[in-house]
Design a binder for this molecule. Structure first.
Ligand SMILES: [Zn+2]
Ligand SMILES: [Zn+2]
Length: 154
């Protein structure tokens, strides 16, 4: 079995997964939209694209895809699980008005940033942690929301 787009089939098989229609559709949606969907949002987006899927099939495949490392899973600022086509370390720029989320890399000396204890009594334990990376959340207002806000105040 193969997806319409060969690079999607490749990405699945490189992670040891068969290219089933559901997996092709989920990965295709994430790669094309760059969105960070919750399962419910993904269900709606797939339906809108004319690629409807049952919620059971979606959940089953989201679990398989994220376990295999084909897609990323993270908890968004609203505390809800979201899925991401980008599995390399990256950060998110989040619109504080509408929640739109853009994949970004941090430019600048962020790589040299180290965690420092807020409470002095934690410093000893902090020194013994194995720090594996960091996630920075950039917060802002997206262009569409800026335009909406400007129109409202005019
Ligand atoms: Zn916005
Ligand atoms: Zn992302």
């Amino acid at each position: 079995m193969a997806c319409d787009r060969p690079e999607i089939t490749e990405r699945l098989t490189a992670h040891g997964l068969r290219a089933t229609p559901a997996r092709c559709r989920i990965l295709g949606l994430l790669l094309e939209t760059h969105e960070h969907y919750t399962p419910e949002e993904m269900l709606e987006a797939l339906r809108t694209r004319g690629e409807p899927m049952s919620i059971a099939t979606l959940y089953q495949n989201l679990a398989k895809l994220s376990e295999a490392g084909v897609i990323g899973r993270f908890v968004g600022p609203d505390g809800v699980s979201r899925y991401d086509a980008v599995t390399d370390p990256h950060h998110h720029l989040v619109c504080e008005v509408c929640g739109r989320m853009v994949d970004v890399r941090a430019a600048g000396p962020l790589a040299e940033v180290v965690p420092q204890a807020v409470f002095p009594e934690d410093a000893g334990e902090l020194a013994r942690w194995q720090v594996k990376g960091h996630k920075v959340e950039f917060v802002g207002v997206c262009p569409a929301c800026q335009a909406r806000l400007r129109a409202r105040s005019a």
